[in-house]
Design a protein around this ligand. Structure first.
Ligand code: SAM
Length: 385
């Protein structure tokens, strides 16, 4: 909670109950607007206090779903803030394409996509620029939201006459089919978007993204949470990738992103995150004096690294193990005392057989794929990499 916000113990108990019993952590959201939305729901039920509402929630487990529908504001629109989308179409998308090899994949992420209008707007602009064949071969659009019911509607891609009002008339007839329910996005194109549940406050980010669109989502979150998410976005983007925010959003961590157009809220990566950040990832092995200067940015780095669903580790140029996340520790039986050890003396050394491999990585500074590796676990599970 921000210290500027009023502390209401009854409201905090309610949030605590939702976190522990429903797996829904709303503590990252700004209290003022969150309270207003709870009160709206309480008014409908004629409940006058947070304590009584907590009791109601305990007695009516289904209330949780209705509450979330009130909490998450899913308002969206096609080509919302048209001027920004024009800039994206005329300036940014051509740059993304120019930065790529002719057959290289283009990865786009709409984070907080609500009912899908933003993701379909991206699809239309990319098809318009690349042509349908190139689009189908090269583009991957990921559209995520924390709200499952919004995602269900997004996948259906059916919109009313009022909802498609932002779509230019020539694009409406080209990309939508009209039926009794309304306007449906062309099924062949619709199925190219991967919709999925993803909570920006806790889940690890996507990777190798060329264009990340996150509009009108961060404004509902605490400033510190926004800053953490922006660090994750930094990791999600390729070095030449672009971040597209909403008009109401301003950038917290100014140093890690550089504006391309402030007017249109479009940024590229600024300051890169350094090896020092990597070195501070596993605090329990470091002396206290090193820990004190930890920035929020580093702490977020650390959390994203530790909580990643994929095993990750770092080895220095001389072949010593610097850090390993939980997944890597489990998979390769790494103990805390192994950190700092010569990797070839560890179990892990069976994969990184020769120091020449580490030197090659250090020299070429690009990913190296090792194939046909079998890893037998104690429980006799076998992994092939
Ligand atoms: C106002 S809508 C914005 C839709 C679209 N981006 C736009 O600008 O038109 C905000 C969306 O953010 C989603 N959202 C809120 N908190 C989120 C979180 N922690 N992770 C992912 N999505 C979230 C909500 O469910 C909602 O669909």
């Amino acid at each position: 909670m921000d210290i500027s916000e009023k502390y209401n113990p009854d409201f905090e108990s309610l949030l605590d109950y939702l976190k522990k019993n429903c797996g829904c952590d709303l503590t990252f959201y700004k209290r003022d607007s969150l309270m207003r939305r709870f009160q709206r729901r309480m008014r409908d039920l004629e409940i006058d206090s947070y304590t009584n509402y907590l009791q109601y929630l305990q007695r009516h487990p289904n209330e949780y779903t209705t509450l979330l529908d009130t909490i998450f504001i899913n308002f969206s629109g096609f080509f919302r803030d048209r001027d920004c989308w024009n800039y994206l179409a005329n300036t940014i998308i051509p740059q993304i394409i120019a930065n790529k090899q002719p057959q290289e994949k283009i990865r786009v992420w709409s984070a907080g996509c609500a009912y899908g209008q933003e993701a379909y707007t991206l699809l239309i602009l990319l098809v318009e620029t690349l042509g349908i064949e190139q689009y189908l071969q090269r583009v991957q659009i990921f559209a995520t939201d924390v709200d499952d019911s919004a995602l269900t509607l997004a996948r259906q891609a059916t919109y009313s006459e009022d909802e498609v009002v932002g779509v230019p008339i020539e694009l409406l007839s080209k990309y939508f089919q009209k039926n009794q329910q309304g306007y449906v996005v062309d099924p062949k194109l619709r199925s190219t978007i991967v919709f999925g549940r993803h909570n920006l406050t806790i889940n690890a980010p996507m990777s190798k993204i060329d264009l990340l669109v996150c509009r009108n989502v961060l404004i509902y979150l605490h400033v510190k949470t926004q800053a953490s998410i922006l660090v994750r976005f930094h990791f999600a983007l390729t070095n030449k990738g672009f971040l597209f925010l909403g008009h109401a959003e301003s950038l917290m961590n100014k140093e890690i992103f550089t504006p391309v157009s402030l007017k249109h809220r479009i940024y590229t990566k600024g300051q890169s995150l350094t090896l020092a950040d990597h070195l501070l990832i596993r605090p329990q092995i470091l002396p206290k004096t090193v820990l004190e200067p930890l920035t929020t940015q580093t702490l977020v780095w650390q959390t994203a690294f530790e909580k990643s669903p994929f095993p990750q580790l770092a080895i220095d140029a001389k072949g010593y193990l610097i850090v390993a996340n939980d997944q890597a520790c489990k998979l390769f039986s790494i103990k805390n005392s192994d950190l700092g050890a010569f990797v070839q003396n560890l179990e892990l050394g069976r994969i990184i057989k020769s120091l020449a491999l580490v030197r090659q990585l250090n020299r070429e500074r690009r990913a190296l794929n090792l194939q046909n590796i079998e890893w037998v676990l104690a429980q006799s599970k076998v992994f092939s990499i």
